[in-house]
Design a protein around this ligand. Sequence first.
Ligand code: ING
Length: 330
Amino acid sequence: MTRSITVGAAQLGPIAKDEGRPSVVARLIDLLRKGAEAGCDLVVFPELGLTTFFPRWYTDDIAGHDHYYERSMPGPETQPLFDEAKRLGVGFALGYAELVDAADSPDGETHRFNTTILVERDGSIVGHFRKVHIPGHEDDEPWRPFQHLERRYFEESDAGFPVWRAFDGIMGMATCNDRRWPETYREMGLQGVEMVLIGYNTPIHYAPDPGQNALQGFHNHLCMQAGAYQNGTWVIGVAKGGTEEGVESLAQSCIIAPSGQIVAQAVSTGDELISAVADLDWCAHYKDTLFNFDRYRRPEVYQRITNQKGVIEPPENTGSDQTLAGDDNS
Ligand code: ING
C-alpha cells in the first residue's frame, strides 16, 4: 500500500492593504473547499497569507505595522478557517506575521516572526515554522520603487528547519527566501523529509539587480526543483501573486516531485487551487539510490575535508615551484 497524499497548492492573488481578515479568510475557505472537492488531504497557503505584503512600506515605529500581525493562531478572525478545515477533514499550512508580546516571551521582549503553521486533518496543530533567511533591508531606502523591509519587521529564526511526522509522512516547511538556499533543503533532507511546504511573496522587480527581473520565474522553479531532486523530496511552492498595491509579484505556484519534475503549475496570477497525488514512497527512488547520504555523503569523509585554504594561486604569483608532489593543497 503506497503512502499517497493528495496535496493542494492554494495560490492567492493580491491582498489589498485595506482588505480585512474576514474577507481574506473567506477566500482561504473557498480555496480550502476547492481542495476538498479535489480530494486533498492537505492544502498549502502562501507566506503572509492573511494580509498584504506590508514590508513594502517603511514606518518609523515598527509597531505602526502591528495590526498586520497575529498574536494568536487561531485567533477570533482565523478560527472559521480552522473550523471549516476540521469539518472537511483537510489539513492546511498557512503563512502569517506572528507577534509574540513581551509578556508572553521567555526573555520579556516583543518578537516578530514570519511564521507558518501546519494543521492536521483532525484540526490538531502539527507545528510552527519561523522563517530563517530574512531578505531585504532594515532601514528606509527611498531610492527603491518599493521597499523590502522584512529585516526591519521580522527576526531571523534560529530554530532551524524541523521536520514532523504527519500526513502519513515526514513533513517540513520553509518560507520564500529560504527556498533559494540549498541548506534549507539539505537540513531537512538529512532528517528524511518527504514533503517541503513553501509559501512565497516574490516581487518581479529586484531593485539591487534589475537584470534578475526577467529570470524570477526561472530562479523560482530552479531552486525548488533542485532542492526536491537533491534531497529526494516533494516540494510545494505556493505564491501570493499578481499586482498587489502596485507591485507585480510572481505567481507560478507548483507541485514538484522528488525527481525534480513539476507535476502541476498554476496558470493564473490570482486565487487558484492546483493539486496532485503525491506518492511519498516515490522519495525512496532517490533517497535509496543517487542520494543515499549514508553511503555516498559519508560524514567521516566530510570531516576530513577541513576548511578549504582559499584560492590556489599559480606559481608566478607565489614564486613557488609548484609540482604535483609539492602541490600546496596536498
Ligand atoms: N521575497 C523574495 C524572495 O526571496 C526576493 C525576496 C525577491 C529575493 C526578488 C530575490 C529576488 O523570493 C521574500 N519574501 O523572501
